[in-house]
Write a protein that binds this ligand. Structure first.
Ligand code: PCA
Length: 221
């Protein structure tokens, strides 16, 4: 009997940046590598926190693994909840240098590209399921203007012209893990186990949900 090869979810995390010794986005992605979620196998790939290299590596991973779904994850130190990103914008404005020392100011991700791309993940359904699991979660209206937003934009631009069934994709920011704030008690954090559990739920819901739910997730400012 021929067994069907499970389809793939590409899950990316970043290497440490900005003086941190770990990046929880990669620690979490690494823990989920090879897991089967909703009949799909998770393939975890690390991206460098570097403008010149990250999008290229992401595109190579998409070509190689032909995923049904791509979830890119990054650290957002200072945020207190798992942040489901709604939109990637066509701008880079780096407050700190990336891991190659590059610090572009007001540069487009793609010259002549659209101003923005929306996530194609069902972020409201993901929000509802994470919330039901009592994991702190929020919808975020901006992924910033650093490498994460750039990778998110490059991801959506890569997926947009693909033929059906077009892989779906999006971006999730996560807080610092507890170990990162031991000496910075004013900063919020989340245990790595909770982040891993949250990403597993997010992926499961994304794979099972065709049409997103219509529930509140807007912001007034
Ligand atoms: N967070 C950064 C880039 C890498 C990461 O994990 C960001 O939010 O842009």
């Amino acid at each position: 009997m021929r067994t069907l090869k499970p389809r793939t979810v590409l899950l990316t995390g970043f290497d440490p940046f900005g003086g941190e010794t770990v990046n929880p986005s990669w620690l979490a992605a690494e823990r989920l590598h090879d897991e089967i979620v909703a009949g799909h196998r998770i393939e975890s790939v690390q991206l460098p926190t570097a403008f010149a290299r990250a999008p290229r590596l992401l595109r190579a991973a998409i070509r190689r693994h032909r995923p049904a779904l791509v979830l890119c994850v990054g650290q957002a130190g200072g945020r207190s909840a798992i942040s489901l990103e709604r939109v990637a914008i066509n701008v880079i404005d780096a407050r700190i240098p990336d891991n190659d020392g590059a610090q572009p100011v007001d540069a487009p991700v793609t010259r002549g590209g659209p101003a923005a791309y929306f996530s194609t993940l069902p972020i409201k359904a993901m929000y509802a399921d994470l919330d039901a699991a009592t994991i702190p979660v929020e919808i975020s209206q901006t992924a910033g203007t650093f490498v994460c937003n750039q990778v998110f934009y490059a991801l959506m631009r890569t997926l947009a012209p693909m033929p059906a069934p077009r892989p779906r994709g999006g971006f999730v920011h996560i807080p610092f893990i507890d170990e990162q704030v031991e000496h910075r008690p004013k900063l919020p954090s989340m245990p790595l186990d909770v982040i891993v559990a949250g990403l597993r739920i997010a992926i499961d819901t994304a794979l099972r949900t065709r049409h997103d739910r219509r529930i509140f997730g807007g912001a007034t400012h």
